[in-house]
Ligand binder design. Structure first.
Ligand code: SF4
Ligand code: MSK
Length: 648
């Protein structure tokens, strides 16, 4: 183990600091140690000029050797590598979406085996959006048509992605004009891999345009399908209270952690832990109940629908095991470190992998029985309970820290908060933006990364933005970071918000930081922005809205795909750390500048959170100026008449 990791302050929250100190004492390696041994990164890799696409290479571009064996220059190599990263992210989100759509199809065919259509209203609303006849038809018939339509989103060979038609008309025109509309998701991804293989597409602009085309398959395709179908089968999220940080684990209970991204199994686990026979089984084992908690985006999925507490985000997955109090960690897909079984060796924790496509050496692989999902979930919980007696009590140390939070702001929930059941609408939000009570909207999304002081950027940015009357929308691990820091307790958030934002939040009863879900739920942010445009008064396109996306501490290819679909949708995106593209000034110029002319939004890199705040305020200020709403905030406080009009 590296001896260099002594500065636990590198990790923002105290719970993580305590667990890192414990890990050192117990000689357990974590990603923070491994980062120290890996941090002298290869410059060819970080600048994107290393190519190993064919076996004449690997080729690395330098001043002395400016071309690969085949003649590829730095622009081609950097753009090819970039496109392949976007493909990785798009494929991950979309495959997640596909599994859910296939499950919805089974439910519709009467083979749900415990899964049902929980939210008929959401089903019918979305069927309508996609032009599927729903009136007078059973929910199963409607669901079958919707599932089949969504499956075609993957398989279309000649037609374009249907979901694109949900974007503002002007945006659709931009995509049309730039030939950016993707065909089916599978076709687009396969084509991307073809374009980037040896000897095919060598024009960096053409490669990058396909990166943006591919990303649209993610944000408007696979991710959107995932969010819609999850809402139909598990219920559209509504504001719900829960708690976050390692302190949600309990010494006296059996602790089970679900980790990854797909909600299907964790939904069943959330149901199964409530079963009387399971509770009795835990009692018999000497436990005072069962604590089910989440990590990463599986956590976001079940916290938004069941209030299941969050043990932590991406970089706390190993630290959770180090508490010595986790009986079982159930992993599915994405962001689950292969190191987990190695960490678990020092404790009694069993790591269970559950997805056919995601096996981990050292984990027990128990494929989730789709025919008997509830039984399967109960068996898994019983196995965790059996593990309770194997704890080494001398190794148990659970940090005390946990903070209350409110999550679950789907677009529907926001509409409801703004206007009530019968008048649900974004009008009050648009009016507040026009009146400069709310200066703008910022989506803060993405991961945590040991390459920076954990979560500091996210916290500084969030605090400064709400102070300046910016309404913050959050997803993924960035959302969990704010939850752990207590900023998602509405009272605390409101206290820290600027006057205008506070006034709106207090009037309509929303917090200034809205937890909108998991990584795939970034599609909800696009949906919310589309609602703002449709409501009127703030332009006719997503480009030009006083809105910005930020990925402060991103690490995953998925974050690159997300950034690309925001930019292709016309929204500026600020990154806390840059891409592996510095080896090609042309590629960087295309991503950071040319895209502004093409799409209306572009990437910006700013490593200093306070400078990022200034940058974001300037981008929003320019948008407000162009919209003609850059006037001073109306300082009028709401009177009773206003309140009645906003009655929620
Ligand atoms: Fe080298 Fe060209 Fe092969 Fe890449 S594709 S490894 S640059 S020869
Ligand atoms: S889990 S992709 S670390 S946000 Fe969605 Fe967190 Fe990033 Fe994974």
């Amino acid at each position: 183990m590296s001896t260099e990791v002594q500065d636990y302050k590198k990790v923002g929250d105290q719970a993580s600091q305590e667990m890192l100190a414990k890990a050192t004492e117990e000689s357990v390696d974590t990603c923070f140690d491994r980062y120290e041994t890996q941090k002298h990164h290869c410059k060819f890799g970080t600048s994107g000029v290393c190519c190993k696409i064919c076996h004449m290479g690997p080729c690395r571009i330098t001043k002395k050797s400016p071309l690969g064996v085949c003649g590829a220059d730095e622009d081609t190599i950097v753009a090819r590598n970039y496109l392949r990263e976007v493909v990785g992210g798009t494929a991950a989100h979309s495959d997640h979406g596909r599994h859910l759509v296939l499950r919805l199809k089974k439910v519709a065919q009467g083979e749900g085996n415990g899964y049902t259509i929980k939210d008929e209203k959401t089903l019918r609303y979305n069927a309508n959006l996609y032009g599927i006849e729903e009136e007078g038809r059973t929910k199963e018939d409607v669901a079958l048509d919707l599932a089949n339509m969504m499956l075609q989103e993957f398989s279309h060979q000649e037609e374009y992605l249907k979901t694109l038609t949900l974007a503002p008309v002007k945006r659709q025109g931009v995509w049309e004009n730039h030939d950016l509309k993707p065909h089916g998701i599978d076709r687009t991804v396969v084509e991307a891999m073809h374009r980037t293989t040896m000897g095919v597409d060598h024009d960096y602009k053409s490669l990058l345009m396909h990166a943006f085309r591919t990303s649209l398959c993610d944000g408007w395709g696979g991710s959107r399908c995932a969010s819609i179908v999850s809402d139909i089968m598990f219920g559209a999220p509504k504001p719900i209270k829960t708690e976050a940080n390692l302190g949600v684990l309990k010494e006296e209970t059996v602790n089970i952690i679900v980790h990854g991204h797909e909600p299907a199994l964790s939904e069943m686990l959330a149901v199964a832990v409530q079963a009387p026979e399971i509770k009795a089984y835990a009692k018999k084992a000497g436990a005072d109940g069962i604590t089910l908690a989440g990590l990463c985006c599986t956590a976001n999925e079940i916290l938004m629908r069941h209030g299941v507490p969050v043990a932590g985000n991406f970089l706390q997955q190993e630290l959770a095991i180090i508490t010595g109090a986790v009986e079982m960690m159930v992993i599915d897909v994405q962001c689950c470190m292969p190191s987990l079984p190695k960490v678990a060796e020092s404790y009694h924790t069993e790591i269970i992998s559950t997805a056919e496509i995601a096996k981990t050496v050292g984990a027990s692989h128990i494929e989730f029985n789709e025919d008997l999902p509830l039984e399967s979930a109960k068996e898994m919980i019983k196995r965790a309970i059996d593990n309770f007696g194997k704890r080494d009590k001398s190794k148990i140390e659970i940090p005390k820290q946990s903070a209350q939070m409110v999550a679950g702001f789907s677009v529907d929930a926001i509409k409801y908060m703004l206007g009530g059941t019968f008048r649900g609408s974004f009008r009050p939000l648009n009016d507040a933006i026009i009146a400069n009570r709310i200066y703008g909207l910022v989506g803060i999304v993405g991961c945590s990364n040991p390459n920076c002081k954990l979560e500091e950027y996210t916290h500084v940015l969030t605090k400064e933005l709400i102070k300046r009357n910016v309404l913050v929308l959050k997803t993924g691990c960035a959302a969990i970071a704010s939850g752990k820091a207590g900023m998602m307790q509405p009272e605390i958030g409101v206290e820290q918000a600027g006057d205008g934002l506070r006034e709106v939040c207090e009037t309509v009863g929303i917090p200034p930081i809205l937890h909108m879900g998991s990584c795939v739920d970034n599609s909800r942010i696009l949906e919310a922005a589309t609602e703002v445009v449709a409501e009127g008064g703030l332009g006719d396109d997503l480009a030009g809205l006083p809105a910005v996306g930020v990925a402060p501490e991103w690490m995953s290819e998925k974050a690159i795909a997300i950034g690309c679909y925001f930019v292709a949708s016309g929204v500026d995106v600020v990154l806390g750390n840059g891409f592996y593209t510095s080896g090609s000034p042309n590629v960087e110029k295309f991503l950071m500048e040319d895209t502004k002319d093409l799409f209306g939004g572009s990437f910006h890199v700013e490593e200093d959170p306070l400078k990022a705040v200034e940058l974001i305020m300037n981008i929003i200020g320019e948008a407000r100026e162009a919209l003609g709403i850059n006037k001073k905030a109306e300082r009028k406080l709401y009177d009773m008449q206003d309140r009645r009009e906003l009655d929620v």
